[in-house]
Design a protein around this ligand. Structure first.
Ligand SMILES: [Zn+2]
Length: 89
C-alpha cells in the first residue's frame, strides 16, 4: 500500500508506505517550500478502498466447503432421526 502526496503549486510529490509518513512528508514540504503555509491544490491519496468481496475472495472456497459440510450434517441428522422414530413404518 502506497500513499502519495502531490503539490500542484510547485509540481512536487512523493510517496510513502504509511499514512503517517506521507503526512510527515507533506508537513516537511509545506515547511520547506511554502514557509509552513498550505499550498493550493495539494493532493493526498491513499490506496484504493477494499471491498468486502475482494477481502473475502480467498475464503470463498472454504465457505462453500462449510455449506456442503453443513448440508451433509443436516442430512445425516434427519436420516438418523427418521430411522430412530418409533412411529415410522
Ligand atoms: Zn509545493
Amino acid at each position: 500500500m502506497t500513499y502519495k502526496y502531490r503539490c500542484n503549486t510547485c509540481q512536487a510529490g512523493g510517496s510513502a508506505p504509511t499514512k503517517a509518513s506521507v503526512n510527515e512528508l507533506r508537513a516537511d514540504h509545506r515547511r520547506t517550500a511554502h514557509g509552513g503555509l498550505i499550498p493550493d491544490g495539494e493532493e493526498l491519496t491513499g490506496p484504493p478502498p477494499l471491498f468486502p468481496r475482494e477481502v473475502l475472495r480467498p475464503y470463498l472456497n472454504l465457505a462453500r466447503l462449510g455449506l456442503i459440510a453443513l448440508g451433509l450434517i443436516c442430512f445425516l441428522i434427519l436420516t438418523i432421526a427418521q430411522a430412530c422414530d418409533p412411529a415410522a413404518p
